[in-house]
Design a binder for this molecule. Structure first.
Ligand SMILES: [Zn+2]
Length: 343
């Protein structure tokens, strides 16, 4: 099953953040149900997680690397800490409006507007703010479960429903995770967030942060014999970059992924930084990645500039020079490049 290899990367997570922000900013969480304890990493007792979030209002959603962070406020307007989420491979949010929880939804079948509203697309989210059921991201097989709701017009939780959040108005934000690797945290207001979500402490600058520049790269990579591809995947060098964007940005910058990172000069590092930012931004603008797998699975099609240049194109002709795209494993990760365009 090909989707198993497609892990959400920064643009997908940013797309989810935007969907959550649009749908749940200002939401008063009335009740929380944890259906699988391991979905909650902190507090260790999931009932404390439910207790902490109940009665809170979602102020905003932030993103750091691939972590989603909701700032919470209590009924007195004081900070009530932070709700963190990492989607890992297949975590997915589904929004079920109170109005969708009626016994019959037969009208959905005929109503094109309602059908459009169930398409998991960022664009549709913008166009149809009042839709009743919404998949807030398009990654992973949880889509199949969402599909099931549409088909049977049921809002009953499925076997992969992990956590459910209800608003005071009866809307439900449902968290579905087929593979159960996703994690959630509640960080109390008085604790440093990195102390609870320890993965955050290891993150380098965001790709869009001015601190992520050629000088930062040069300083961090000086003397390094590690392949630049492996270095790019190191979350302490730059946050949120995964396999797809590493391969694609190295192609765009004309850098061979095997090049020892310490050998790249300032010009090459600046080309790489610019390529990475440009590709990530284009992909976010398109509503997350839309390489072929995503399209096959979900019907979405938000390609950045068409299609991938090298990623999963081994043996096919390079779009720039026609030479076959090569593939091997580098640092345990599948790597794609053009031997002519990337030196
Ligand atoms: Zn080429």
């Amino acid at each position: 099953m090909r989707w198993l290899q497609t892990v959400p990367e920064l643009p997908e997570v940013e797309t989810v953040r935007r969907g959550l922000e649009r749908q749940t900013q200002g939401m008063n969480i009335a009740r929380v149900e944890v259906r699988r304890a391991r979905a909650v990493a902190f507090p260790p007792d999931p009932s404390l997680f439910c207790l902490a979030l109940s009665g809170c209002c979602i102020v905003r959603w932030r993103r750091r690397g691939k972590y989603l962070l909701a700032d919470l406020r209590d009924q007195d307007g004081q900070s009530a800490g932070c709700w963190g989420v990492h989607l890992r491979m297949t975590g997915q949010f589904l929004w079920i409006a109170a109005s969708a929880q009626m016994p019959t939804q037969a009208a959905d079948k005929q109503d094109p507007a309602a059908q459009r509203a169930t398409q998991p697309r960022e664009r549709d989210m913008e166009q149809a703010p009042s839709q009743e059921r919404l998949v807030l991201n398009t990654v992973g097989a949880a889509e199949a479960e969402a599909q099931q709701y549409r088909q049977v017009q049921s809002t009953e939780p499925g076997p992969h429903t992990r956590v459910r959040f209800w608003s005071s108005g009866g809307d439900e934000l449902r968290f579905i995770d087929t593979r159960s690797f996703a994690q959630m945290w509640w960080v109390p207001a008085n604790r440093p967030i990195e102390q609870v979500i320890t993965g955050l402490a290891r993150l380098g600058p965001e790709p869009f942060d001015p601190a992520f520049n050629a000088a930062h790269l040069q300083q961090r990579l000086r003397g390094s014999s590690r392949a630049i591809k492996s270095a790019l995947l190191d979350q302490s060098l730059v946050a949120g970059v995964g396999n797809i964007y590493a391969d694609e940005s190295l192609f765009a910058a004309g850098i061979n992924p095997h090049t020892p990172a310490g050998r790249l000069n300032t010009q090459a590092l600046e080309r790489l930084r610019a390529a990475l930012v440009e590709i990530l931004q284009a992909s976010i603008g398109a509503g997350g990645t839309t390489f072929s797998d995503f399209r096959d699975l979900t019907g979405t099609n938000g390609n950045y500039g068409g299609e991938a240049s090298v990623y999963r194109r081994s043996g096919q002709p390079c779009r720039r020079c026609g030479a076959p795209i090569l593939r091997d494993r580098l640092g345990g990760r599948s790597t794609h490049w053009c031997s002519q365009c990337q030196r």
